[in-house]
Design a protein around this ligand. Structure first.
Ligand SMILES: Nc1ncnc2c1ncn2[C@@H]1O[C@H](COP(=O)(O)OP(=O)(O)OP(=O)(O)O)[C@@H](O)[C@H]1O
Length: 432
């Protein structure tokens, strides 16, 4: 989600990107219990339970309502300075959930793996920071998740919300437990690319998710490999003759492949409704569409651009546009995809007009450093990037990517159009 912004370097433009809070010590010595309201609200949303108003339950072991396991509450502790919930492993998060481990941390809060005593399964609980703007945004995420869950008849590829509650001033969102993100998987694999047949399966599911969301008039706005999770953590190790990192035992190279290609999209905290005003900056930098940077207003096509960037990254192993600066980012786009249409540059808003000179991008004249120019020159044309990494289906994939990465959002493929592309429909030999 993108709620906490800092200005990127250089400071000369309006661009802002999410700030990942540095990892903190998340278990602390127990403090003295403080006076507290001790009330939490709980709302089951999974498995067909109603969407009625939240139940109000007392947070005191001796007062737990009948039917709930009588387990103790941890002592009251202050949140950390950023409003994060402080906990110890093995503690309860309400009487229903037992905290096993921390699996993630984002702008919004922490994600904890917990044992659900009621359903007897592991769940992932996002414990949101106790700060008003994050609490409010979390409630929007709950609304979106409930809406997606309500209309998700046959697996929309969006993570399922199971429950939510308000505990000690932290909104807690309970999700089905998923596996590692595409980014985690790439990283553990030393950024070795995924095979093209796997990229096809991942791309298809991602586009199905986007098509479903767009159909519901929702725009995700923060699609990136970190927000796409494999459903299962299982993988196999297979010999990999292309790369040099060798197993110490027998000298063979190995890489991981997921046992199943099934994925789901997470993080609906930045999701926008179509009827909202869309001129603010969205998306994580590398996946941000040109119309967002140029201040031309954005809508559904910004998700499609992100999908294009993600697919290239899955094929090559590294992010396509590795930059933190707007003009450099636009120059990289031109290097990979060719010149911008003049009509888009002419319409750039007052923040972005400094990137344009006499109807063309002010590059390399406007570059901030020689390193910046070098970073742009290092990039190859899209066709070459794909050909370098993909052994078959390259022609179809390049054509699809050119449709997903069209500069003019009104010409970009829609999700249903992309799903009808030969890259997905041609009878390829499939391994996944
Ligand atoms: N259902 C889940 N199953 C397993 N892990 C999860 C699940 N949901 C989230 N995670 C992990 O927690 C991390 C943070 O989750 P999420 O992106 O929803 O939080 P966020 O605060 O909105 O993050 P960001 O700052 O990236 O926007 C994810 O990157 C992922 O590793």
């Amino acid at each position: 989600m993108e709620m906490d912004y800092v200005t990127e370097f250089p400071l000369s433009h309006i661009d802002r990107r999410p700030r990942k809070r540095p990892r903190i010590a998340w278990d602390v010595p127990q403090g003295h219990p403080k006076a507290q309201s001790g009330i939490y609200y709980e709302q089951d949303v999974g498995n067909g339970t109603s969407f009625g108003p939240p139940r109000v339950l007392p947070d005191h072991p001796s007062l737990f309502v009948k039917g709930l396991t009588q387990k103790g509450s941890p002592p009251w502790r202050d949140d950390d300075k950023d409003g994060h919930y402080m906990f110890a492993l093995g503690e309860n998060l309400t009487s229903r959930y037992k905290i096993h481990r921390k699996i993630g941390e984002g702008t919004f809060g922490q994600v904890l793996e917990c044992w659900d005593r009621e359903t007897k399964e592991m769940v992932a609980i996002k414990v949101v920071r106790s700060i008003k703007k994050y609490r409010e945004a979390a409630m929007i995420e709950v609304d979106v998740l409930q809406l997606l869950g309500k209309y998700d008849r046959n697996g929309s590829r969006c993570v399922q919300i199971r429950n939510w509650f308000d505990y000690r001033n932290h909104i807690c969102i309970v999700f089905e437990m998923l596996g590692p993100s595409l980014y985690d998987f790439l990283r553990k694999n030393n950024y070795r690319p995924f095979p093209v047949d796997l990229v096809r399966e991942l791309g298809r599911q991602l586009l199905e998710c986007v098509a479903f969301m767009h159909d519901m008039r929702l725009i995700h706005t923060d699609l990136k490999p970190e927000n796409i999770l494999f459903v299962s953590s299982e993988y196999v190790k297979v010999p990999d003759y292309k790369f040099t990192s060798r197993s110490p035992k027998d000298g063979t190279c190995y890489k991981r492949l997921p046992k199943s290609s099934a994925i789901k999209v997470i993080d609906f905290g930045s999701t926008a409704y179509d009827h909202q005003e869309h001129n603010y900056i969205v998306s994580t930098r590398h996946y941000r569409a040109p119309e967002v940077i140029l201040g031309l207003g954005w809508s559904y096509p910004c998700d499609i651009w992100s999908v294009g960037c993600i697919l290239v990254e899955l094929c090559s192993g590294e992010a396509l546009f590795q930059t933190h600066e707007n003009l450099e980012h636009l120059a990289m786009m031109e290097r990979v995809l060719g010149p911008f249409p003049q009509h888009m540059l002419r319409r750039a808003d007052r923040h972005a007009e400094k990137y344009v000179r006499r109807g063309r991008l002010d590059w390399p004249e406007g570059a901030t450093s020689r390193e910046s120019i070098k970073a742009v020159l290092k990039l190859h044309r899209l066709q070459n990037i794909v050909m370098q990494h993909v052994d078959h289906s390259a022609g179809d994939l390049i054509d699809l990517l050119q449709g997903l990465l069209r500069y003019d959002p009104s010409n970009r493929l829609t999700a249903p159009e992309a799903l009808r592309h030969p890259f997905f429909t041609r009878d390829h030999f499939r391994r996944f």
